[in-house]
Design a protein around this ligand. Sequence first.
Ligand code: PMP
Length: 452
Amino acid sequence: MTGYRDRERLAELWSAEVDLFRAARPESEKLWRAATRHLPDGVPMLWMAKWPGPWPVYVRSALGAHFTDVDGIDHVDLCLGDTGAMCGHAPAASVRAISEQLAKGSTFMLPTEDAAVAAELLTERFGVPSWQFTLSATDANRSLIRYARQVTGRRKILVHDYCYHGSVDEAFATLDDTGAVVERRGNIGAPVPPSETTMVVPFNDVAALEAALSTGEVAAMLIEPALTNIGIVLPDDGYHDAVRELCTRFGVILIIDETHTISAGPGGMTTTWGLSPDAVVVGKSIGGGIPAGAFGMSAELAERARRSLELEDIDVGGVGGTLAGNALSLAGVRATLSEVLTADAFVGMTARATEWTAGVQAVLDEFAVPWQVTQLGARAEYSFRATPPRDGAEAAAADDFELQQYLHLHALNRGILITPFHNMALMCPVTTTADVERHSLAFREAVSSLYA
Ligand code: PMP
């Protein structure tokens, strides 16, 4: 166990950072106090209350890799809306395309020319040729789960232990100490026990996967190709070959959720690592900052799904939504993929993440701190354990919420935003080396306060 032992020191450091925060953010405090009248915890979506510090930071405006809060403080944004703004804030090409479409009407329940262009761009990147659009990655996952059940006639979905795929009921399952499937901690109002809908295997565990799939009960395996929601956990050599082979052998639809792992490159890990899914999910970033998600299917899956549906019932079938595939989203996707999140942009983003990783590693080495840092293209994350985790349970065991909150608040007080719920940093196309160095410097100061 490599946990931080001097809890008294941590508590003192935390309280000093809270004082700093209070003194520097009076305008945020005012807005937050007013907001608490009609918003639970003063926020429009409860996750926003999970930031470190006594109240949330209110944003005035943002551009590129920076935002300014209502107290006039400039921040390097390494959170980027937890990937929703991976293209940078207000990217010019996306803003132009979205604004033009907005002025021409935004939602018709009819297609616009942008839809087919966006689908072609996604096909070029991810290989699978048949696409549908949603408003979120969650909904894209939900749609594919339904199609998978529909075409296989099977009920169960298989996920990795400690996965996250959005607010998808089937995915809030984890393994207990005996290896049984149980509800994940914090699961709100589960419709049925997850063991009825879900099988769970540890990441990188081929034997467990084979045992689960061989039951013949699994419709789809829904996975991130690397875990990114419990720290970053990379696949072992050969793991994805085994996943593909087993899914094929047992007739299971392999869904790869690239919502976060798109950080690996323009076509996510699917292209960078040469994977062959039956279906791909993307979301968050692809609209240039406005709601857009998508799912792509192999020709075979698309054909099976389409054949199983009656158009007469399609609007009440559980896939799709009134605003899904709207003209505004599609204008955003087309512009963002063709002009912002380009192959060239990924070269710079990945280089910045490599610098960030090296900056963190140098500090860990200097102070002999037993933490590790893992990079996945434009994204990197450190965790409080000495070696890279091989599965979600190992990664979860290294959690230290108080330590994390301290590091985040320390960074925030120095104008650096780290993704909440993670120790993760994401680079956008205009993140600079100077932005990264600002983090390295602050991180050194924080680690030194803990370990020097
Ligand atoms: N899939 C993955 C891998 C994610 O990390 C997330 C969100 N963190 C989602 C899906 C869901 O995205 P959204 O909340 O935008 O629907």
